[in-house]
Design a protein. Structure first.
Length: 463
C-alpha cells in the first residue's frame, strides 16, 4: 500500500544524530544491551515508544499560553472537562500525570489482594500495578492473537468463552472489575471490535462486574472499527467512540498516546462512591482533583489533542505508515505480525531468529542487533517484559509471543524515514544467522525490562 502523504507541513525541525557502528557498539555495551539505557542523542530513529513522543500541533502550542495555573478550579480544567464529556461521554473524571497513575488510583480503590482482573491482554504497567495491589492479572486473548501470520481483523478481542468460564468458576466478589485494552498493545496493537466490547459488557454485567477500558489508543481502535466492522463502516468516528464508551463503567487513559500530548492521563468513573474515593486518594499522590499532577498548560494541550486525534486524515496517515512498513517487510520475507497494528510494526522475533532458544531472549537479541546495525531504537515485547519465574523452581514461564515493537511516534517521522528503517530491517534479516542470544546479568524485581542488563552469549559475534 502506498502510504498517504503526511497530512501536515513542517514548521520546525529537530536534528537527528547519525553515528558509526563502532560508536553504537560501545554505547550498547555501556547500556548493558538494554535500549532504555541509551542516551537519546545516541539514537538515530527512535521507535522505542509512541508514548509522549509525538509532535504537538501549532494549535496545541498556542493553547499552552491559555494555561490557567490556579491551584484549584482552573479554567483549563473546565475546558478539558467539556472535551472529555464531548468525546467520551464521561462527566466524572480526574486528570493524572500519566496512564499508570490512573491505574494505581483505580486499583488502589477497587482492587484487593488475591482478587482477579481479566483483560484481553494487560500491558506492562497495568499488570505491575495489579500485582503491586496483590491481585492476579489474567490475560484472555482470542486464539488468533497468538498467530502472527493470521489476518483476523480484530485480533485484539477478548475470548468471550474463556471469560465466561473464568466468571463461572470464580467465587462471587473475587473479580472486582474487568478490562479491555484498546488497542491491544501486547499482541501487536491489534483492535477490539465494537461487538466484542458490547459482548464483554453484557457478560460482565451478568455477574455484576464493571467494565473498564484501558483506552490509551481509543482513536486508532475506532479507526479500525470504522474500516473493518461491517455494521460501523463509514460511521463517524465520534459516534463509534461514544458508543464504545457507553458500554464502559470507567476508563484509564494515557494522554501521551491518543491525547497527542507529551504528558498526562485521565481516569473516568461512573460510580459516584468510587469516584469520591479516588478524588480523596489522589490528593495524597497526584494533587488536587482539578489539576492532578499537571500544569494548566498540560490540561490545555490534552483538551486540544482530543479534538484533533479523531481527524480521519490524521488516522489514515498514522495507520497507513504502519501498513506501508508491514507490506514492505512482508514483501522482503521478514516475519512481521499481520495485519498491521495501529501504532507500530511488530517483528516476530521467534520466527526471525528460530535458532535462538527462548531462555536467550530472542526479542532482546533482535532489538540490540537492529540498533547496532542501523541506530534504530525499538522495544522488546516478549520474554523480557512478560516471562515469569516460578516461585518454587525459579524456571521461566514464557509468553506466547516474542515481539520487537517499532512504535511510530505521532506526526514525527516521514514516510521516507520509515521506509529507510524497513530497508535496514530487511538487510538485518539477510544477516540473521550472525545474531546470538542474550543472558540477563541484572534482573530488577518489578518491570525489569526498563532497567535490566544483558550480555551476549557469544560476545565476539557482536562486534
Amino acid at each position: 500500500m502506498r502510504p498517504m502523504p503526511e497530512p501536515f507541513r513542517i514548521k520546525m525541525v529537530e536534528p537527528l544524530y547519525p553515528s558509526t557502528r563502532e560508536q553504537r557498539k560501545r554505547w550498547l555495551e555501556a547500556a548493558g544491551y538494554n535500549l532504555f539505557n541509551l542516551h537519546a542523542t545516541q539514537v538515530y530513529i527512535d521507535l522505542l515508544t509512541d508514548s509522549g513522543t509525538g509532535a504537538m500541533s501549532d494549535r496545541q502550542w498556542s493553547m499552552l499560553l491559555r494555561g490557567d495555573e490556579s491551584y484549584a478550579g482552573a479554567e483549563s480544567f473546565y475546558r478539558l472537562a467539556k472535551t472529555v464529556d464531548d468525546v467520551f461521554g464521561f462527566t466524572q473524571f480526574v486528570p493524572t500525570h500519566q496512564g499508570r497513575a490512573s491505574e494505581a488510583l483505580l486499583f488502589g480503590v477497587m482492587v484487593k489482594p488475591a482478587q482477579i482482573v481479566p483483560n484481553n491482554t494487560h500491558f506492562d504497567t497495568t499488570r505491575a500495578n495489579l500485582e503491586m495491589a496483590g491481585a492476579c492479572a489474567v490475560d484472555l486473548p482470542i486464539p488468533e492473537a497468538r498467530d502472527t501470520a493470521s489476518e483476523h481483523p480484530f485480533k485484539g478481542n477478548i475470548d468471550i468463552e474463556r471469560l465466561e468460564k473464568l466468571l463461572e468458576d470464580t467465587t462471587p466478589g473475587r473479580v472486582p472489575l474487568g478490562m479491555l485494552t484498546l488497542t491491544n498493545n501486547s499482541v501487536g496493537g491489534q483492535p477490539v471490535s465494537l461487538e466484542n466490547i458490547e459482548q464483554t459488557k453484557l457478560l460482565l454485567a451478568k455477574y455484576d462486574v464493571p467494565l473498564f477500558l484501558d483506552a490509551c489508543r481509543f482513536a486508532e481502535n475506532a479507526w479500525f472499527i470504522h474500516r473493518r466492522e461491517p455494521d460501523w463502516k463509514d460511521k463517524p468516528l465520534e459516534e463509534i467512540v461514544r458508543t464504545a464508551f457507553s458500554f464502559a463503567d470507567g476508563f484509564t487513559f494515557s494522554a501521551k498516546k491518543d491525547g497527542l500530548a507529551n504528558i498526562g492521563g485521565l481516569l473516568g468513573v461512573r460510580d459516584k462512591s468510587v469516584f469520591e474515593q479516588i478524588k480523596q486518594r489522589m490528593v495524597v499522590t497526584e494533587g488536587f482533583p482539578t489539576y492532578g499532577g499537571l500544569a494548566g498548560r498540560d490540561l490545555e494541550a490534552i483538551a486540544q489533542g482530543l479534538t484533533e486525534v479523531l481527524d480521519p486524515a490524521h488516522l489514515a496517515h498514522r495507520v497507513g505508515q504502519a501498513v506501508s512498513m508491514v507490506e514492505q517487510l512482508d514483501g522482503a520475507g521478514v516475519p512481521v505480525l499481520k495485519p498491521a497494528g495501529g501504532h507500530g510494526v511488530f517483528l516476530d522475533a521467534r520466527r526471525f531468529l528460530p535458532r535462538i532458544p527462548l531462555e536467550e531472549f530472542p526479542g532482546q537479541a533482535l532489538a540490540a542487533a537492529l540498533y547496532l546495525e542501523t541506530g534504530v531504537r525499538s522495544c522488546e515485547i516478549g520474554s523480557v517484559m512478560f516471562a515469569k519465574r516460578d516461585k518454587d523452581t525459579g524456571e521461566m514461564r514464557f509468553p506466547d509471543l516474542d515481539l520487537v515493537r517499532l512504535a511510530i511516534p505521532r506526526r514525527v517521522y516521514t514516510n521516507a524515514q520509515l521506509a529507510w528503517v524497513a530497508e535496514g530491517i530487511a538487510d538485518l534479516y539477510a544477516q540473521r544467522d550472525h545474531i546470538t542470544g542474550m543472558r540477563m546479568v541484572e534482573e530488577p524485581p518489578v518491570l525489569r525490562h526498563f532497567s535490566a542488563r544483558f550480555a551476549p552469549i557469544f560476545r565476539a559475534v557482536i562486534q
